[in-house]
Design a protein around this ligand. Structure first.
Ligand SMILES: Cc1cc2nc3c(=O)[nH]c(=O)nc-3n(C[C@H](O)[C@H](O)[C@H](O)COP(=O)(O)OP(=O)(O)OC[C@H]3O[C@@H](n4cnc5c(N)ncnc54)[C@H](O)[C@@H]3O)c2cc1C
Length: 595
């Protein structure tokens, strides 16, 4: 069975050396000292490696089954769910008014990585419940909040997100599910597809967040409303009542995440599913964006978390598989493949990019915490804008990188990587969905260039680039390797500034000019920001080493990651910059379907 050990030292390094969380003047952050976060992460790591990781292969091989209208999850999943729930892990960063622990989102994100690495398919109920919680918390009436939130915070009831219909995937304007007014509630009729954990055997109730059109609503996105539709209706005293008119009518057979049920949901096969309007009518998509933002960051986290698992498996394989005598190595005779230069290159490609994406995701989560909690309104507003800017970058880049790195994980294993029993193929299959759901990479990139750059005339991205530049210029390090990384990164940051500067005028000439190069710009942004965070990490590591810190191997690893990244990953930024500057015309002038 593939091993998994939570990367708690790496997470602690990002939280305390890079973000310096406990030194920040943000409500809730003072508690996050190194001892406290270490205890939380170690405990999460124990649950992950002892309970969740062993079920990863079980979920993959057994999958889910629909039996007599009820979804059965793989053997052991329900017991693991109970253990995670009873451990209080589900409400870590939720509002204490509804039973949550009120911890910062940054800590929730660090814990989330550990659980996802151990078993992505299992953990998906948590990401969706958290998203549903966020939408209800932000927009529902106090009455609805009081009924649903306490049970969702503890995961006594889980949540889902029902957007997709057969004709409405990326284009949610095409949604047809109908909502008929019926007094203080609505009756819903329609079909939703691909609904993650739409049904399961974990809990007595599931709270579906459903997008639908109220009869007579305007066409397009301006006529979509958001509803709470419980699987089982809730009585006035909070007890469970009648079964609602909704059902999982089939589950999908998929490439990966077999342990997560992907359901076709039928609403209103009889007299209509009872639903409660969230907020105002016709503002559903806007509300759903709250949920999608949280969910997009969680999916970005899936990209590097699954890659971390694949990296651990590949590194272990490379340490034990003996093959040939590596040229130049001081070993007599055949040696483990980890000594071959190209295997080292593959492992460093994995390690450095996982570290870059982890740092970027936690930095984005930290901005969202600042945006929600800081005492100064101007700081709050700027941080929220930066967090919003970074969400599509984390989601789009980390998931694309996740696919590349899990593929490399197979390559390190050679032929045995292609054979299921080694477990190297599962991360590759599991992570493949992450560039598709919660908005494909193209949808993230369109959001990035349209809403996040063109709409404010590049203000948020320019402010970020200026801060990054200033920090790198002030880095002041004596370490030659770190200085070189810093210079190469600074040059790439200037390229990013140039590339981002193209977007507002291109958009003004015609959005298609920006959309034709939006994915290359997103990748360029992720690569350059990754270099910034790794270079900062390397500078911190060099300082600690100069002070005689005993954690030498770990800290030298941080410098090695940055040095490798600036020579093997960062050079891609120059090619992407060329594409951003010159690549739009070749797309727009060509009608591929006519070729
Ligand atoms: C396993 C799984 C779980 C899922 N879970 C959920 C869930 O819990 N809830 C839920 O509501 N949905 C869920 N989904 C649905 C998922 O969010 C959609 O599949 C996704 O949004 C893409 O929509 P689509 O499949 O219709 O693809 P399409 O929209 O048909 O896209 C096909 C291709 O066209 C491109 N494209 C489409 N429009 C544009 C555009 N405007 N600009 C540029 N390119 C474009 C896309 O990038 C993609 O490459 C899930 C899907 C899967 C497979």
């Amino acid at each position: 069975m593939p091993i998994f050990a939570a990367p708690t030292r790496d997470l602690q390094f990002v939280l305390h050396d890079l973000l310096k969380v406990s030194a920040q003047d943000i409500p809730g952050y003072a508690e996050l000292d190194a001892d406290f976060t270490s205890a939380v992460l170690e405990e999460a790591g124990k649950v992950a490696s002892e309970v969740l990781a062993p079920l990863n292969t079980v979920g993959d091989t057994e999958g889910c089954h629909l039996e007599n209208g009820v979804v059965r999850t793989p053997t052991g999943f329900k017991a693991a769910f109970d253990q995670v729930r009873e451990g209080g892990w589900t409400g870590l960063d939720c509002d204490p008014d509804y039973g949550g622990q009120g911890m910062p989102y940054t800590l929730g994100t660090a814990v989330g990585e550990i659980f996802v690495s151990a078993n992505m398919a299992f953990n998906m109920y948590q990401g969706l419940t958290h998203g549903a919680y966020s939408a209800i918390h932000a927009h529902a009436s106090d009455e609805l909040k009081a009924i649903y939130l306490p049970k969702m915070v503890t995961c006594e009831w889980t949540g889902t997100m029902n957007l997709t219909e057969p004709q409405a995937g990326s284009d949610l304007a095409a949604i047809r599910t109908r909502a008929q007014p019926a007094g203080d509630h609505y009756r819903l009729f329609g079909q939703k597809i691909f609904i993650t954990y739409g049904d399961h055997d974990f809990t007595a109730n599931t709270i579906h967040m459903v997008l639908a059109r109220i009869d007579g609503a305007p066409p397009g996105v301006k006529g979509i409303s958001l509803f709470i539709v419980p699987k089982v209706l809730v009585n006035a005293d909070g007890s469970l009542g009648l079964r609602n008119d909704l059902q999982c009518i089939s589950i999908e057979h998929k490439l990966g995440i077999h342990g997560s049920p992907t359901c076709v949901m039928a609403y209103g096969q009889k007299d209509g599913a009872v639903g409660y309007l969230v907020g105002e009518a016709n503002r559903g998509l806007e509300y759903m964006f709250v949920m999608m933002n949280a969910a997009r960051l969680s999916v970005g986290l899936e990209g590097y978390s699954v890659a971390e698992r694949a990296y651990q498996q590949a590194a272990e394989w490379a340490r034990t598989r003996v093959q040939g005598k590596p040229p130049g190595a001081a070993l007599a005779g055949p040696a483990p493949i980890a000594h071959h230069p190209d295997v080292k290159r593959m492992l460093l490609t994995m390690k450095s990019q996982i570290e870059a994406m982890r740092a970027l995701a936690l930095y984005a989560a930290y901005q969202l915490d600042l945006g929600a909690r800081h005492g100064d309104e101007a700081v709050r507003r700027a941080a929220q804008a930066r967090g919003d800017l970074l969400i599509p970058v984390v989601k789009g880049c980390s998931t694309e990188v996740g696919i590349e790195l899990t593929s490399l994980g197979i390559q390190v294993h050679g032929g045995m990587g292609f054979i299921e029993e080694t477990g190297a193929a599962q991360p590759y299959r599991d992570v493949r969905i992450t560039t598709i759901y919660e908005g494909t990479t193209a949808i993230q990139s369109n959001d990035f260039v349209g809403r996040k750059i063109a709409r404010d005339q590049g203000a948020a991205v320019t402010a970020l680039i200026a801060d990054v530049r200033r920090e790198l210029s002030d880095l002041g390090t004596d370490h030659a390797g770190v200085r070189e990384a810093c210079e190469l990164t600074l040059a790439a940051v200037d390229g990013l500034r140039d590339a981002a500067g193209h977007i507002p005028p291109a958009f003004a000439q015609g959005p298609e000019r920006a959309l034709a190069i939006s994915v290359p710009l997103l990748r360029l942004t992720g690569i350059v920001l990754g270099a910034w965070l790794l270079t900062r990490s390397a500078a911190i590591a060099a300082q600690r080493l100069a002070r005689g810190d005993a954690d030498r191997d770990f800290l030298q690893g941080k410098i090695a990651s940055a040095r490798f990244y600036v020579h093997h990953v960062l050079p891609q930024a120059a090619a992407l910059l060329h594409t951003v500057r010159h690549g739009a015309a070749s797309v727009l002038e060509t009608e591929v379907v006519a070729l």
